[in-house]
Design a protein around this ligand. Structure first.
Ligand code: DON
Length: 316
């Protein structure tokens, strides 16, 4: 039996779980950043929680730390709702309402593409509210159930919404209501303002774990089919289009840095989650609720940077 301690650290080969354990250890000490508090309920999270999970397209799932702790999906819902809209309404209809150009602006910026009067992309609030409007027009009163069904299919288990977070955001989300009214005025939003915003707040309040995010990521990596359940969650073309926009716009005004350092499509949420996709290989989910000034999870970014380096995940 070879003695492991005689093998130099940089020559040891670890399984996925071992790789995660090492990344977790290297990144868990950073206590910088702050909880989101503009939605009052989010400020109640335990700031120290941290989990990293990975799911492969062959169905292997591993995790370290708080990978089974539920938190609200928040903006990560934007990517999945966009995928659903592309599939349900077709690419041309969706593109007529929302662009695919990085804005370089904050997630809640009140700015549209001046030439087309459309939101720049579906990953910022203006674009996501427009997508929720399209879904609410297409599915009417069933819209949230349709969204929840698809998110659940991608996660491989029945998800639920956190009523308290939903109410907290519905009562305080004046900026998003303002954005929705401006979208209506610009002609980008066809749906009723209240319906669009209601669906947007609901989809943001769906509870997930880091493990769920990893499995959802693996479903996208597996071009729409959940590798654990074998069920089809999203159509192939919609997945390709969604991953493209996640790559260029998923991390808001940090998207350029992210593409440079990490190099995989990803989406973050102010609940503290990040979902990353290594095309045809892996989904990665992280949870740590302390955020940087741009609204991205501090330790989530560190963990992804570390894993990208360690595992050679960058697409280039
Ligand atoms: O629009 C909002 O304010 C939230 N419900 C979602 C924002 C979000 O997650 C931005 N992410 N970093």
């Amino acid at each position: 039996m070879p003695d492991v301690s005689s093998i130099p650290e940089n020559e040891r080969v670890y399984g996925l779980k071992g790789v995660l354990e090492h990344s977790f250890e290297r990144t868990r000490h950073d206590a910088s950043g702050a909880l989101a508090d503009y939605i009052p309920e989010l400020a109640k999270a335990d700031p120290d929680r941290f989990g990293i999970a990975m799911a492969s397209v062959s169905g292997e799932v591993v995790g370290v730390g708080d990978v089974d702790l539920p938190f609200t999906i928040q903006s990560i819902s934007k990517a999945l709702a966009y995928c659903l809209a592309l599939e349900a309404l077709g690419r041309d209809k969706v593109l007529a309402h929302v662009g695919v150009e990085p804005s370089g602006d904050a997630f809640n910026a009140i700015v549209f593409d001046a030439l087309s009067n459309r939101p720049f992309n579906p990953m910022v609030n203006a674009g996501a509210i427009t997508v929720s409007g399209l879904l609410s027009e297409a599915f009417g009163a069933e819209a949230f159930e349709v969204v929840l069904d698809r998110f659940s299919a991608a996660a491989g288990r029945r998800l639920v919404m956190d009523e308290t977070v939903f109410r907290s955001e519905a009562q305080t989300g004046h900026r998003n209501r303002g954005i929705a009214h401006l979208l209506k005025c610009a002609g980008a939003l066809g749906a009723d303002v209240d319906d669009a915003v209601d669906l947007y707040f609901r989809q943001c309040s769906i509870l997930v774990t880091a493990t769920d995010l990893a499995v959802m990521g693996a479903t996208l990596a597996n071009i729409g089919e959940n590798p654990l359940t074998g069920s089809a969650a999203f159509a192939v073309e919609a997945v390709r289009n969604t991953l493209s926009v996640m790559f260029t716009c998923g991390m808001y005004d940090f998207a350029g840095n992210w593409a440079f350092d990490v190099g995989v499509p990803a989406k973050s949420g102010v609940g503290g989650g990040i979902l990353g996709v290594v095309n045809r290989q892996l989904g990665i989910g992280t949870y740590s609720p302390r955020l940087d000034a741009k609204g991205n999870s501090v330790r989530g970014i560190s963990a992804f940077r570390d894993l990208a380096e360690e595992m050679g995940l960058h697409v280039f």
